[in-house]
Write a protein that binds this ligand. Sequence first.
Ligand code: V0V
Ligand code: CO
Length: 146
Amino acid sequence: MLTRIDHIGIACRDLDATVEFYRATYGFEVFHSEVNEEQGVREAMLKINETSDGGASYLQLLEPTREDSTVAKWLAKNGEGVHHIAFGTADVDAEAAAIGDKGVRVLYEEPRRGSMGSRITFLHPKDCHGVLTELVTSAPVESPEH
Ligand code: V0V
Ligand code: CO
């Protein structure tokens, strides 16, 4: 089951300037930031709300780290803007398999590493009415020490 919007991915040319826009305009603060070399992005997660399944919802601001990355290619063609939407699920493997069985192209054979230790995969935008769609299982919440 897909239970929430995990994040909306927004492609930008200058991460620091875009973070500052979201802070100054809306008051959103950076909850987490990292570089994902495999995906070719430097990213900032701005937490928008908590949800009931242990995950939260974020805006994911994405700046390309190299010219041959998917986000750099997308920016060159479209300019800045909404790049993808990500749905949260407790079981990305099962969801990807079930959606793949419906004829939608799943881009990765096995989910890969996403933001904050999550496991992610993508569905081809051409099979999703033009929307690059990501499926995410967030990292398990660590139980408090006793
Ligand atoms: C490409 N297309 C898109 C699109 N990117 N349509 C909607 N939204 C997008 N973001 C369209 C493009 O306009 C073309 O349509 C067609 O798909 C083929 O695109 P292309 O430019 O030739 O590019 P490809 O085929 O080399 O790559 C497209 C795919 C690629 C979707 C396969 O971007 C990909 O593998 N994306 C998944 C990985 C990713 O995006 N990582 C960055 C975020 P026409 O012109 O033929 O009609 S990383 C992330 O989210 C993380 C780490 C996280 O959440 O934790
Ligand atoms: Co994403």
